[in-house]
Design a protein around this ligand. Sequence first.
Ligand SMILES: N[C@@H](CCC(=O)N[C@@H](CS)C(=O)NCC(=O)O)C(=O)O
Length: 216
Amino acid sequence: MIDFYCWQSGNNRKIYMMLEETGLPYREHVVNLRKKEQKAPAYLAINPNGKVPAIIDSDGPGGKPFTLFESGAILIYLAEKTGKFRPQDKRAWFDIVQWLMWQMGGPGALFTEAAFFHERKGEPGNDYSLDRYTKEASRLLCVADKRLGQSEYIAGPEYSIADMALWPHCGSVGRFGGSLDAYPNIRRWFKLVEARPATTASGEKTDAIRKMSAAA
Ligand SMILES: N[C@@H](CCC(=O)N[C@@H](CS)C(=O)NCC(=O)O)C(=O)O
């Protein structure tokens, strides 16, 4: 059983996508970010970085419980555990790892910063950072669009954990005032991933958390 410490955001959606794709049994534990539950000592014992997602696999390596945080690490772990989305060919695997790392250090981190400064548009001292992060976000979208013009999926011909990592962030470019209008290859790929049943199921999960947290 995978205990999944989760919230409604993109970094958590990636894990939902992988859990739904693999069919692994999992149990959700919503960590309410609005109530700062991610900073509670009990949760910091699971993720010392005080963020979601995190997992505890009751049947980890050696048959013992295993705790893991950072969405990219969790995706790699679940691929290793199940053998799904984990090609044995080293070139294919490291193409995936490479694009996953690009996503984690690029769109995964910087789109959030761009959104942060976009929300503070007009505030004194904000312009430099807003310009810097918006330009970098656009540059990253250009990289993804070029790649997806040459390749069916972001890391190669097959759907992979790198796509799962990237997809939620491409769906939230509006948060920093961006749009996918100028990126036809991302739009093609976005629809392809969106059509997967596991993507739909993962959206239902994050929507349920959204509704629950809005009602609380
Ligand atoms: N690099 C981390 C980022 C995780 C992250 O930023 N999580 C956000 C939600 S998407 C969070 O927990 N924010 C709460 C906070 O920063 O206090 C990962 O990919 O797992």
